[in-house]
Design a protein around this ligand. Structure first.
Ligand SMILES: Cc1cc2nc3c(=O)[nH]c(=O)nc-3n(C[C@H](O)[C@H](O)[C@H](O)COP(=O)(O)OP(=O)(O)OC[C@H]3O[C@@H](n4cnc5c(N)ncnc54)[C@H](O)[C@@H]3O)c2cc1C
Length: 440
């Protein structure tokens, strides 16, 4: 008999959203999850499954039943010949990365952090960068799903292919993802090189940069022309680091947080802060070599609000120049650094922001120095307007103000996903407030 706890408070990583589920479960077996779904059906409750709780929106919140997947975290099978690994969906990628190195394997791409669960990262279309690489879900070979009725379905490109196209970016609304099989590659080292540039240079030579480095991205410092370019590429060289002493001792982080807090009283300082930190930390060249997952991941120390839309890659220049122009003509609108610009190959998943097109992700942030919210509405709305104008689609895990009407226009296969969802979950057991806005 599975036991639920009452009185547990759920909060996402950034502490920007939370909820108080009536019952909080941490099942260790599929039978226990089935029992929870039976109970939810009997009591007419909604169910929300949560992985690492890292989504910077309310997509993982519920006031009904919450299933935390942390105990469903085993590696079930490693197929060395095919270089595939099958895991329970609650495993954190940080644990999986370590486990894979024991077999000489690695995931070909990861997001910025690995304290996220296998079921969770594919749930929201997590991505990183590199135009030869798709979002993380493109590494999924197969998965199993427990539906609202208690049935277990398997899907892959050859078995239930339409379900596979839906379930690889599932938003947590199709059922409980139980297992995921990932395609891996041989373990590899990455060399990261960073160097300064300008927005004009990087936008004028975008194709060169995309071709030159397998995992190319850049950071733009809003209110300035400054850009830091980051190349990450396979290497046979041994581990090494030339990162600055300033970062090593983390003084930069503390100073930045303090100055950002001061700027909440003097918003005009933000442009100077962006300029100062670019000069202090990003004007030199740095190099760093390590195991792939240690280079993909970095330490995100600050809590922040974030938006991250994917626009068609050919709109990158126009959209960024318009964002820059908007900030220049509205000096009262402040934007913290960096605007992180990343790229991903198009795919075929029904609700992937990269569905049927190569994409550029434009990630904007506003920090919360010492937990204080900095006004961001004007920046958020200006950015959203530009992203929409250029055919953007918001990251499912991050802030946006879109509703079903927007998604119907954005996604050629939106209706197909809705039909699959309604077939699998006619009562809407796996919906929450966030998902109601998406589907109704
Ligand atoms: C510091 C930080 C850095 C980040 N970096 C990146 C980045 O580089 N790129 C990027 O794209 N995103 C990034 N994100 C966003 C993050 O990758 C996504 O929010 C991701 O979905 C988090 O995974 P999670 O396991 O924490 O999912 P959760 O937040 O726990 O859940 C996300 C969704 O998946 C559902 N879900 C989770 N597990 C299951 C399951 N087993 N069955 C059914 N539904 C399930 C939940 O119900 C919810 O709808 C970052 C977030 C943070 C806080």
């Amino acid at each position: 008999m599975v036991h639920g706890q009452s009185g547990v408070r759920f909060q996402n990583w950034a502490r920007s959203y939370g909820s108080s589920p009536e019952m909080y479960f941490q099942p260790a077996t599929v039978d226990e999850i089935k029992e929870i779904l039976d109970l939810a059906r009997q009591r007419n409750k909604k169910v929300k499954v949560v992985g690492g709780g890292h989504s910077p929106s309310d997509i993982a919140c519920t006031d009904d039943f919450m299933i935390q997947m942390g105990r469903m975290n085993k590696v079930l099978k490693v197929d060395k010949a095919k270089k595939q690994v099958t895991v329970e969906a609650g495993i954190l990628l940080s644990d999986l990365n370590v486990e894979l190195t024991k077999h000489g394997l690695a995931l070909p791409i990861l997001g910025a952090v690995s304290d996220v669960a296998a079921g969770g990262v594919i749930g929201t279309g997590t991505h990183n960068t590199g135009i030869r690489h798709g979002i993380l879900a493109t590494q999924v070979v197969a998965l199993t799903l427990l539906t609202a009725s208690g049935e277990i379905l398997t899907c892959s490109e050859s078995v239930n292919p339409e379900l596979h196209r839906a379930a690889c970016v599932h938003l947590g609304c199709l059922g409980v993802i139980l297992t995921v099989t990932f395609q891996c590659v041989p373990e590899f080292y990455l060399q990261e090189a960073t160097f300064p540039s300008t927005l004009k240079e990087v936008l004028d030579n975008l194709n060169n940069h995309l071709n030159k480095s397998e995992y190319f991205r850049f950071l733009w410092f809003p209110h300035t022309e400054n850009v830091s370019i980051i190349y990450q590429d396979h290497t046979d060289k041994p581990s090494s680091s030339s990162s600055s002493w300033f970062w090593d001792y983390a003084i930069g982080y503390y100073l930045l947080e303090f100055l950002l807090w001061v700027s909440t009283f003097l918003p005009g300082l933000v442009g100077w802060i962006n300029r100062f930190f670019f000069w202090l930390l990003f004007t030199g060249k740095t190099e760093h070599i390590d195991l792939s997952y240690k280079v993909f991941n970095y330490e995100c120390r600050f809590k922040q609000h974030v938006q991250d839309w994917a626009i068609p890659i050919e709109k990158t220049k126009e959209a960024l120049l318009e964002l820059k122009g908007t900030l220049e003509s509205n000096p009262k609108v402040v934007a913290h650094y960096p605007v992180e610009v990343r790229f991903a190959r198009g795919d075929n998943f029904l609700l992937s922001p990269c569905c049927q097109r190569d994409s550029c992700y434009v990630n904007i942030i506003m920090y919360r120095p010492y937990g204080k919210d900095v006004p961001r509405l004007d920046y958020w709305l200006a950015y959203e307007g530009i992203m929409k104008k250029y055919g953007g689609r918001p990251h499912w895990a991050k802030a946006h103000t879109c509703t079903r009407r927007d998604f119907e226009k954005m996604y050629p296969c939106f209706q197909k996903f809705c039909t699959i969802r309604e077939q699998l979950d006619p009562r809407g057991m796996f919906l929450n407030a966030y998902l109601e806005k998406v589907f109704y």
